[in-house]
Design a binder for this molecule. Structure first.
Ligand code: GAR
Length: 188
């Protein structure tokens, strides 16, 4: 069994979709969901899904090694960032070389980098009158939204689109592709 941990910061629709996708799998197991905002709705979703969820603070993540210790105890093989907004620390990158996957709601290298997440991305894309946007799934390195691209999918935009309607299109792409790309990647 390949064990994955999901890291999330907010609503958790991706975390839920990934968990549901692998629920009956005999190859991939979502062992835990880790979140870094006490009021993140993803905690509620994890409870409903029956998946252990743990809150970790910035200190746990960057200073005292608690998150790394937990991942080790849980025998985690792959780490999935699903709407997780902090930079991954060096000790985690070293423990999981090329085994951390992120999803970004735009066609990287455009609209990436610090501060470019969620709605901020969609607002910038709409403000620039882009004709298309999409999702990028990539391996994580020590920079925001860089690292080898595993997969991209596009959606088209019209003049009527708003950040909200774009967000809906992006969520549909995430639902359609993220769990499948994770599966293909972790199973090699
Ligand atoms: C998703 O759209 C994800 O692509 C994005 O945050 C959203 C989280 O939604 N991630 C980033 O912007 C990372 N830079 P969710 O919590 O409902 O899965």
């Amino acid at each position: 069994m390949i064990n994955i941990a999901i890291l999330a910061s907010g609503n958790g629709t991706n975390a839920q979709q990934i968990s549901e996708y692998f629920a009956g799998s005999d190859k991939v197991c979502v062992k835990c969901i880790i979140y870094n905002r006490k009021d993140a709705y993803v905690a509620e979703r994890a409870k409903n899904l029956g998946i252990p969820a743990h809150y970790f603070s910035r200190k746990d993540f960057y200073e005292n090694g608690s998150v790394m210790q937990y991942l080790k105890e849980q025998q985690i093989d792959w780490v999935i960032l699903a709407g997780f907004l902090w930079l991954v620390p060096e000790d985690m990158l070293a423990a999981y070389p090329d085994h951390i996957i992120n999803i970004h709601p735009a066609l990287l290298p455009n609209y990436g980098g610090k501060g470019m997440y969620g709605h901020h991305v969609h607002e910038a894309v709409i403000a620039n009158h882009e004709k298309e946007s999409g999702i990028t799934i990539h391996i994580v390195d020590n920079r925001y939204d860089c690292g080898t691209t595993l997969f991209q999918a596009k959606c088209t935009l019209t003049d009527e689109d708003t950040p909200d309607t774009l967000a809906e299109k992006i969520h549909l792409l995430e639902k359609a592709y993220f769990p499948m790309v994770i599966e293909k990647t972790v199973l090699g």
